[in-house]
Design a protein around this ligand. Sequence first.
Ligand code: ATR
Length: 283
Amino acid sequence: MTSPLRRACIMGHKIAYSRSPKIHGYWLRTLGVSGAYDVVDLAPPDFPSFFLSLCAKGYAGGNITKPHKEAAFELVSRREKAAEAIGAVNTVWCEGTSLVGGNTDWSGILLSLDHLYPGWDAKAGNAVVLGAGGAARAASYAFCSRGLNVTVANRTRGRAQALADQFGGNVSAADWDVRDDLLAGCDILINATSLGMSGEPPLSIRLDRLKPDAIVYDIVYVPLATELLKAARRRGHRTVDGLSMLLYQAVPGFARWFGVTPQVTPELRALMEADIATAAPAP
Ligand code: ATR
């Protein structure tokens, strides 16, 4: 007897660049799951009605990408605690006919670190987060959830301050100009800005202040080896690249929709590395 086809999708606009279908498609194929992951391109006026009828259409859930993330945040029936705190919904699933909104960026950061460097947080006390957008909020939430103190440095100080005010006790804001000075006591540094992405200015930061055992994480994945990661590797630091985050943030969604927890295999990573190397940069 064959199991019923389960469906999920990515909802966005002008999303030919999206790599999520390749990731979920790989897992569907290799795990032998009877399912599909569709690409649904919706202009903003068409998004709410499609989104609100997602469960009725037979979907188990989906991902939301630009420019619909804010609308999705507002339209879900209920938000998970993390999505609420981070202020962004990137993954939804159906509970009956209700849509629940979650955020998998923060768990992607933790899953990648736990997988690559098991026990990385055992002695880690301090994290430095560069940036104050959605990715930085996810990183701050992730590190707070493991009990680290987080310092957020952002070009626009007010955004870092707003993040610190909202997250409270363990999170503080710093001026962008003092980012080098924050590194002396830092156990994990994450670049959650767009700096270093192809077509963007480089990230200027002095890694010589960093403790030798600190981890350097870059959310940028085009290019795969950013100048930040190359400099960190030259200095002997443990590093995590943006492709790891991209792959691991997809795990919880797949597990929700299709009922199987997928693995980030070397084969999947190689497939995506090749894709990044050959494809035009994502906008
Ligand atoms: P996302 O939600 O995807 O994280 P975002 O909200 O656009 O994206 O955030 C991009 C981050 O990169 C912001 O922290 C931004 O700083 P501002 O809040 O000051 O805009 C940061 N960023 C972008 N260009 C930058 C630059 N040239 N120098 C320093 N920070 C920069």
